[in-house]
Design a protein around this ligand. Structure first.
Ligand SMILES: Cc1cc2nc3c(=O)[nH]c(=O)nc-3n(C[C@H](O)[C@H](O)[C@H](O)COP(=O)(O)OP(=O)(O)OC[C@H]3O[C@@H](n4cnc5c(N)ncnc54)[C@H](O)[C@@H]3O)c2cc1C
Length: 406
């Protein structure tokens, strides 16, 4: 494991720090400090600034408007943005820039790259991800939404669910069954569908914090142009796996920064509640601290192997289980320390979709917000049970789980 990033990366870090100091308002203490009513407008201005400075899609090749950064520079940039508590775009950019863009770059045609990538950067196109269905989540390949070719269009029927930010998006990448006769992983296509049409209805799902983060999306004879397909017809599963790799990768060294800052806030909460002398509290804090440090070293090991091309299969699953469970355990410890104050806070619980960033706050409202953010983390991007199955079957060589035939 390498704990040094090298001279070039550290020079780049200085440039990014300089950029952030110049561009963020004086006394900046993270995006959560901006009032919710003003946040979208602020983020749009911030997004424009990032685009003007080649920082909106830092890892895309420069010929498609990206920053052309090396992997290590990109990671340094992500770390510095995390430390400053400032997002790298608006909420739909996680899907547009980190997932849709890399998928088109890896599997799309040249015409698709030239058409879609600039429109993502300019913000004209904002994407959401149509994978999960009411009866197809962990077992995604059993999806039923269908697409049938009709002349120069695909006609799509079915329902997607838990579609994050669909209410803010105007395009959806949607997995559809295009050959119902084929085996379930075959016969699926990766289609690109405009959402501004009568055949698409978006219905909000209100989350545990009372906010609208995800939605149900209904397709009733919705239409997508015939060439809006990534990869060949019926070969969408390959494209899906490519995209899930983008969704599950990265974050190796940025997530430990967030978790460390949460741990520091937890210590502060213990101090404020006069509980630091309690041996049980001390023991719990010590255990969480040890796991926080292990996560940091795990991140550095992942980064080292990512850079030298020796990343082991299963590393992403292992890291996802570690950070999500630690995140949940830290927030639960905080709520236990706060006791009744945790429920009866007088602050504002912010949007749980907000990336927590590095925060120095330890008030009850902030903890409740973190608690809400932490709960779904072990479900999205493939639940932790599924990550354990992956590790058991593919890394430990345990027998595959039996397939149920109903
Ligand atoms: C905040 C959030 C945002 C999301 N955003 C999107 C999005 O934008 N687009 C999208 O398509 N989806 C999205 N999802 C959906 C997400 O991908 C699914 O929730 C996830 O894949 C699990 O599927 P499910 O909810 O259908 O649960 P199920 O698959 O029904 O699983 C239910 C429970 O059973 C367990 N389980 C299932 N199968 C097994 C097994 N074989 N072995 C052991 N345990 C098992 C699971 O771990 C889980 O605990 C989002 C989810 C969340 C929470």
């Amino acid at each position: 494991m390498n704990t040094s990033y090298g001279v070039v990366a550290e020079q780049y870090r200085k440039r990014i720090r300089h950029f952030l100091t110049q561009q963020l308002p004086a006394g900046w203490n993270g995006i959560a400090e901006i009032r919710e009513s003003e946040r979208s407008e602020w983020l749009e201005r911030w997004r424009l600034l990032l685009d003007e400075n080649g920082l909106l899609a830092p890892a895309w090749p420069s010929e498609y408007g990206g920053g052309g950064l090396s992997a290590i520079e990109h990671i340094v940039m992500m770390e510095e943005f995390t430390i400053s508590g400032v997002p790298t775009g608006v909420p739909t950019d996680t899907l547009s820039i980190n997932m849709m863009g890399p998928t088109v770059l890896a599997c799309g045609t040249e015409a698709q790259k030239r058409h879609f990538l600039p429109r993502i950067l300019s913000g004209v196109d904002r994407w959401c991800q149509g994978y999960s269905e009411p009866d197809a989540g962990s077992d995604l390949a059993s999806l039923k939404t269908s697409a049938v070719r009709d002349g120069d269009q695909w006609v799509i029927n079915g329902q997607k669910t838990w579609t994050s930010h669909a209410h803010l998006a105007n395009w959806i990448f949607v997995l559809c069954r295009t050959d119902p006769q084929a085996a379930k992983h075959r016969g699926i296509s990766f289609l690109l569908c405009p959402m501004d049409q009568p055949g698409i209805e978006v219905r909000p799902i209100i989350n545990a914090a009372g906010g609208q983060e995800f939605n149900e999306v209904f397709f009733t004879d919705a239409r997508a142009p015939a060439d809006c397909i990534v990869g060949k017809p019926n070969e969408g599963w390959r494209v899906t796996n490519e995209l899930l790799a983008f969704e599950r990768g990265g974050d190796a060294t940025t997530v430990p920064l967030i978790i460390r800052s949460l741990f520091d806030s937890l210590q502060e909460t213990a101090c404020e509640q006069n509980r630091l002398a309690d041996p049980l509290v001390r023991q719990r804090l010590a255990g969480l601290y040890a796991r926080t440090e292990m996560l940091r070293f795990d991140g550095l090991a992942t980064l080292t192997s990512m850079l030298d091309g020796t990343l082991q299969p299963g590393a992403a699953s292992m890291s996802k289980i570690r950070w999500t469970e630690l995140y949940q355990d830290i927030t639960l410890a905080a709520m236990d320390l706060l006791g009744s104050h945790g429920a009866a806070h007088n602050g504002v619980v912010t949007d749980i979709a907000l990336p927590p960033g590095v925060s120095t706050r330890s008030d009850a409202a902030t903890w409740l917000n973190h608690l809400m953010c932490a709960r779904p983390a072990s479900i999205y991007s493939g639940s932790n049970e599924i990550q354990r199955n992956i590790l058991g079957e593919r890394i430990l060589g345990l027998p595959r789980e039996p397939k149920l035939t109903l």
